[in-house]
Write a protein that binds this ligand. Structure first.
Ligand SMILES: NC(=O)c1ccc[n+]([C@@H]2O[C@H](COP(=O)([O-])OP(=O)(O)OC[C@H]3O[C@@H](n4cnc5c(N)ncnc54)[C@H](O)[C@@H]3O)[C@@H](O)[C@H]2O)c1
Length: 256
């Protein structure tokens, strides 16, 4: 078996498209057996089949990360399919769209928190015991640049991602003696369906796209492969002395 994560078993949430799809493909290409999960069943199954057709080890399972029973079933399915769990990528998330705080409903707040923050807590809560049984593992939590700095009209998203940043550090300290590393990843704006849909939903989407690109010193959005390679590093033993860290991949956005 060869590859940077050969022999490892990974569970990637939100793997039907966008960053999760690129992450699942990269982990499988580098030798991991990957359980892809998502609430988008047809798209998720198509990605898993495509990985398997090109020689990778992949399965798909329907999963809403905000639902605890779904987590129990997803972890059990991973153990049954691949015999263990070494890498958890808590990637599933929602942007919630542009929500001015003066008009923000409690429902919107709860919807965003349920996926972006409860989902990450539940993932660690349910994958943790399987990693303990394995003698260690690596958890990669998708935060954001917006888990480090604020953005107008994105209060709930920023709060959820800021929560992920510190949930990650607390878990990293608690689980270091157990051999489980927990790191957060902070992408800048990346070309995915999430960003395309958010820009499509506002009247001045094209102008916003140009302005947001200009906010990255590199003058562009990232592409999913640039995030997938950072996940690969955190999942592999190459990062074995890293835990509780914030890995920023943002074209310089937060350097300013
Ligand atoms: N794209 C960016 O610019 C960017 C930047 C920083 C952080 N992020 C974070 O990276 C992650 C992936 O973002 P993306 O851009 O690929 O998003 P996306 O919308 O393109 O894809 C997200 C995937 O997650 C799935 N999903 C959403 N809610 C779910 C739920 N409750 N249960 C299971 N699956 C669910 C969707 O079906 C979809 O397949 C998110 O956590 C996002 O907040 C994205």
């Amino acid at each position: 078996m060869s590859g940077r994560v050969a022999g490892k078993v990974a569970l990637v949430t939100g793997a039907a498209m966008g960053l999760g799809e690129a992450i699942a493909r990269a982990l499988a290409r580098e030798g991991a057996a990957v359980m892809l999960t998502d609430r988008e069943v047809d798209k998720g199954e198509a990605v898993a089949s495509d990985i398997a057709a090109s020689g990778g080890k992949a399965r798909f399972r329907a999963h809403d990360v905000a639902v605890e029973a779904d987590w129990e079933a997803a972890v059990a399915a991973t153990l049954e399919a691949f015999g263990g769990l070494d890498v958890l990528v808590n990637n599933a998330g929602v942007s919630g769209g542009m929500l001015p705080l003066l008009e923000h409903s409690l429902e919107d707040w709860r919807r965003i928190m349920a996926v972006n923050l409860d989902g990450v807590f539940l993932g660690m809560r349910h994958a943790g015991p399987a990693m303990v049984a394995r003698g260690g593992g690596s958890v990669i939590n998708l935060s954001s640049i917006l888990g480090k700095v604020g953005l107008a009209h994105a209060a709930a998203y920023c709060a959820s991602k800021g929560g992920v940043t510190l949930l990650t550090k607390a878990a990293a300290i608690e689980w270091a003696p157990l051999g489980i590393r927990v790191n957060s990843l902070h992408p800048g704006f990346i070309d995915t369906p999430m960003v395309a849909n958010a820009l499509h939903a506002v009247e001045n989407g094209n102008e916003m796209r140009v302005a947001l690109m200009a906010a990255h010193p590199m003058g562009r959005f990232g592409v999913p492969a640039e995030i997938a390679s950072a996940v690969l590093f955190l999942a592999s033993d190459e990062s074995r002395f890293m835990t509780g860290a914030e890995l920023v991949v943002d074209g310089g956005y937060t350097a300013q």
